[in-house]
Design a protein around this ligand. Sequence first.
Ligand SMILES: Nc1ncnc2c1ncn2[C@@H]1O[C@H](COP(=O)(O)OP(=O)(O)O)[C@@H](O)[C@H]1O
Ligand SMILES: [Mg+2]
Length: 244
Amino acid sequence: MNKEVLNVKDMHKIYPGGVHAVKGVSFYVNEGESVAIIGSSGSGKSTVLRCINRLIEPTEGIVMLKGNRINTPVVDINEIRSRIGMVFQSFELFAHLKVLQNITLGLIHVRGMSESEAEDLALSVLERVDMLDRKDAYPGNLSGGQKQRVAIARALAMKPEILLFDEPTSALDPELIGSVLENIRSLADEGMTMVIVTHEIGFARDVADRIIYMDQGIIAEEGGSDIIDNPQTERMQKFLSTWD
Ligand SMILES: Nc1ncnc2c1ncn2[C@@H]1O[C@H](COP(=O)(O)OP(=O)(O)O)[C@@H](O)[C@H]1O
Ligand SMILES: [Mg+2]
């Protein structure tokens, strides 16, 4: 049985100023699935993710998490943020806190854990991303790839029902991309439910269960990894030809 975790129905976003960034996007993510969203810059990918976890509100449409509508004022934003994890391209770690405290902070203040409980959990997620040995480092002394792995660990520590990635490797030097993708791949193998916006097309093809191609605010094509090798639309063919 496929258990649905996320369902986005006919999402629209018109920004103040009039840009119609998302024009009727619908998709679902089942438990344990990894869905990749690809597409040119400006096609609305980040807007979709930000509307899902309510960093911004969609102008129209419904976002369902495990069968309940979440884009409505009666649902507490903090509850949503703890059920939907988000990893950004820019890491967003606290520079004045060590790696370990970057992770325990939310557990203590949002989840109400004791310091020692939070620390145990933080250590276990740091181990999952191979960052245990840097637990006492400050973010400023880490490489971009290491920072991103800490950001992933921090998201995992909240035990989200779904994890959203917005171009997690696009701010990294090429040689640091691999280790972060490796971490995300193991999460997929472990059955984490994820939506990954990425410009790493090869990674999307290898790791994602389904791929969504967005163009100018709509889903122009979607399917299994085969759509990368056999795109049906001219615009997706054109988009992919720029990635070889
Ligand atoms: N805060 C904003 N205000 C106005 N327009 C925005 C804002 N954020 C994004 N946009 C516009 O919405 C469109 C989609 O942007 P975005 O979702 O960031 O695309 P992507 O992530 O695919 O690059 C673009 O035209 C962008 O300029
Ligand atoms: Mg974006």
